[in-house]
Design a protein around this ligand. Structure first.
Ligand SMILES: [Zn+2]
Ligand SMILES: [Zn+2]
Length: 308
């Protein structure tokens, strides 16, 4: 059947309401219009990006898992993988990537082929880099949807080059979408100590629950005190979803779980002893060399470690 004839038949069927415009049918029409993010989200796919907090049920098509010295991790995208490798200074091991067209499946990146810069929608980037299981699959996609075929090292290098520029846009989007909310001066109070977090721009932090309740803290000390036992401070039951701290070096909001913290330094904050957050491990290490203390990843920071 010619394309014209198929289009004519589809229009005819649409007119009669016989053609159900399911995502599968749209996919059959246009291989480039892959539905991304998944809508509705697929709850069978579990996981949260440890670099930005986005969830696998929605962003499964661009999902990665990897290991490093601190353990096994997952990230929503090549953008987030590129960022964590730059910020940790560590090459990721045993990296697996989801197939863009079959997001339940993950394969080792050494076996994957990426299409850089096609019409396909990416995650955290304007230049998508979807993964395919073979060079032939990637080439077929690129032939129809544009872009160039590359293997993992090249795709990662392209992503690393764009991290800084993409982060500026991402920061604006997070504010616009209410994923990060600035504490209101003389209004929002720290639920642990009662002080006003807006007065402590270098040390403030915040926690958002799944139902979008936001708690603003004056400091990381109060944040981790709260996390130890939220019900000591608020009546509601708290399921932390997104947690943000401020990079002590750049002054930007950063995702708490991918930050490096200097604990036990001479740098005091609103509550005295603090975990001082940094985006990059090397910045945290040079701060600790100057001001004392040790560098800990998020998973090792807690109330007791901070006040010790
Ligand atoms: Zn992410
Ligand atoms: Zn406080």
């Amino acid at each position: 059947m010619t394309v014209d004839r198929r289009e004519f038949l589809e229009k005819l069927l649409l007119g009669t309401g016989l053609l159900w415009l399911s995502p599968a049918n749209l996919l059959a029409q246009d291989p480039c219009a892959v539905q991304h993010p998944l809508m509705p989200p697929n709850p069978a796919l579990k996981g949260q990006c440890h670099n930005c907090g986005m969830t696998r049920p929605m962003w499964a098509r661009t999902w990665f898992t990897y290991e490093n010295a601190a353990g096994a991790h997952e990230v929503c995208s090549l953008h987030c993988l590129a960022e964590v490798t730059l910020m940790s200074g560590e090459d990721p091991k045993r990296v697996m990537v989801a197939l863009y067209q079959d997001p339940d499946k993950m394969i080792p990146v050494e076996a994957a082929y990426f299409v850089i810069g096609s019409k396909a929608k990416g995650t955290m980037t304007m230049t998508s880099k979807p993964a395919f299981a073979s060079r032939a699959d990637a080439a077929a996609f690129a032939a129809q949807c544009g872009g160039t075929v590359a293997q993992f090292p090249e795709a990662l290098a392209v992503a690393q080059k764009s991290v800084a520029a993409e982060n500026q846009k991402i920061a604006q989007n997070r504010k616009r979408k209410g994923k990060i909310v600035e504490p209101v001066a003389d209004q929002d109070r720290c639920p642990v100590c009662g002080m006003y977090p807006a007065r402590y721009p270098q040390h403030k932090s915040q926690l958002q629950t799944r139902d979008k309740t936001i708690y603003h803290f004056c400091s990381t000390q109060c944040l981790f005190t709260f996390l130890k036992q939220p019900k000591d401070h608020v009546e509601a039951s708290v399921m932390p979803f997104l947690i943000w701290v401020v990079d002590f070096e750049g002054g930007q909001w950063i995702y708490a779980k991918s930050a490096y913290y200097v604990v036990g330094s001479k740098q005091y904050g609103p509550m005295g002893k603090e975990a001082i957050p940094f985006r990059s491990r090397s910045s945290a290490e040079s701060f600790a060399a100057q001001h004392g203390g040790k560098v800990l990843p998020y998973g090792q920071v807690n109330h007791d470690a901070i006040i010790a």
